[in-house]
Design a protein around this ligand. Structure first.
Ligand SMILES: Cc1cc2nc3c(=O)[nH]c(=O)nc-3n(C[C@H](O)[C@H](O)[C@H](O)COP(=O)(O)OP(=O)(O)OC[C@H]3O[C@@H](n4cnc5c(N)ncnc54)[C@H](O)[C@@H]3O)c2cc1C
Length: 388
């Protein structure tokens, strides 16, 4: 097993590292500490640059117009892109382009024309609507939103909670129960437009996250054409699950990127700050914090790259993706916490990125499947699918 980056990987990782250092970090000096967007002129200028670099649309598969970059390299790049204050939820403020909703890669041609391509061009925004107030860890059992067939349409009634960005979206994916007898094989995914009668964003849910809000949705006799079923009727849960697993790899990479940057800042500060007549870096208790940071970062990195390598080879990677997400989100939290401690009072000011990372990293142990659910996925793999 070769753990050395290839020449091409070194080159492209170096390009993105310099981009973050030269383009993103200077702009952040003048942005609000909670900002999740650049000024439009800066955004346009930097999008033009990432296009020139051939790296725009990194999350988009090559067959849909994205650059031909394997998942291991994309993971290395995602680690680089997160290394700034907004890096967890707005890596490089989106100037590398978004992938949109990965589930839409499963769409039929008409759906792709109407929703996927405009989203990839940045003209439309979507949301992902799975979680309900009855519980998000086990949506296969918890989903109560119902869709009932009515001629060429379906009528949806129910609600969703914690749905990111639905207040700013043009459409979204709504998972609803279409066969109450069949558990996970009775859920269908619908593409729903936010302007349709019966679709309501009921309220915005404020969380620890900066600027991005989650929302609560309500569907009242929401009429959806049958043509807007994504994939097959009663097969929606498989679509959600498959793509969620793949998304865990870049999710883990974002946590690692922030941890790398937090540790870099802590190392530099410990080498400059004197207390009781000596540098912090000369104290064993501080050294051990830095050592533990390094071990956390390396552990999370190798697990995440292994998951990406397995996915690239076409091997099953569900267990590895769960391990990567679990370890990277928990290790990332520890690294940010220790680095903040090394900075003392300055660590909790808004002059440094730690307080934002500290808040947002906490969500990472819950979003995209909490740590307990990842352990459940791993246990199921170890002990057999019969485990409930
Ligand atoms: C900021 C934010 C944004 C979000 N964005 C979206 C979004 O865009 N779309 C979307 O669909 N969802 C979204 N979510 C929802 C998120 O996926 C859920 O919060 C998450 O899946 C957990 O569901 P829950 O909150 O209902 O917790 P529950 O399912 O009620 O679980 C509560 C706790 O119990 C633990 N637990 C559950 N089952 C077990 C078990 N068997 N053994 C041990 N422990 C267990 C869980 O890990 C959790 O810690 C978002 C959440 C947040 C906070």
């Amino acid at each position: 097993m070769d753990l050395q980056l290839s020449e091409e990987q070194e080159l492209i990782v170096g390009m993105v590292r310099r981009f973050v250092r030269d383009e993103i970090l200077p702009l952040e000096l003048d942005l609000d500490p909670d900002a999740d967007q650049l000024a439009p002129a800066d955004s346009q200028r930097l999008i033009a640059k990432t296009k020139e670099m051939g790296l725009y649309g990194l999350g988009i598969p090559p067959e849909f117009g994205g650059p031909d970059v394997d998942l291991v390299t994309r993971t290395l790049l995602a680690i680089e892109m997160a290394q700034h204050r907004a890096g967890l939820y707005a890596p490089c403020y989106g100037v590398f382009g978004g992938a949109g909703l990965a589930q839409l890669f499963e769409a039929d041609d008409a759906q792709k024309e109407k929703y996927l391509y405009p989203t990839l061009r940045g003209e439309m925004r979507g949301f992902f609507g799975l979680t309900e107030s009855s519980g998000g860890s086990d949506p296969a059992r918890a989903i109560q939103t119902k869709a009932v067939r009515d001629g060429d349409d379906w009528i949806i009634n129910g609600s969703k909670i914690f749905i990111s960005g639905a207040d700013r979206a043009d459409y979204g994916l709504v998972f609803a129960r279409t066969d109450p007898e069949k558990g996970r094989n009775g859920i269908t995914c619908f593409i729903v437009e936010t302007s349709w009668p019966g679709f309501h964003v009921r309220r915005v849910v404020h969380t620890l996250r900066s600027a991005h809000y989650a929302t609560e949705l309500q569907f009242e006799d929401l009429r959806v054409p049958h043509a807007n079923v994504l994939g097959e009727v009663n097969k929606g849960f498989a679509i959600a699950n498959d793509r969620l697993s793949r998304q865990r790899i870049p999710y883990a990479a974002g946590c690692i990127g922030v941890a790398v940057k937090a540790n870099e800042l802590a190392l530099e500060y410990a080498g400059q700050r004197e207390t009781f007549g000596a540098l912090l870096s000369s104290r064993q208790s501080i050294q051990w914090m830095l050592v533990d940071n390094e071990i956390d970062i390396k552990t999370a990195t190798w697990l995440t790259l292994e998951a990406a390598a397995k996915a690239d080879r076409g091997e099953p990677f569900r267990k590895e993706a769960a391990m990567a997400k679990l370890v990277a989100s928990e290790a990332g939290g520890r690294v940010v916490d220790r680095s903040m401690q090394i900075f003392g009072g300055y660590g909790v000011t808004k002059d440094f990125p730690f307080e934002r990372w500290y808040r947002e990293m906490r969500i990472r142990r819950i979003g995209e499947g909490p740590s307990e659910v990842q352990r459940h996925v791993i246990a199921r793999d170890l002990l057999g699918a019969s485990l409930r």
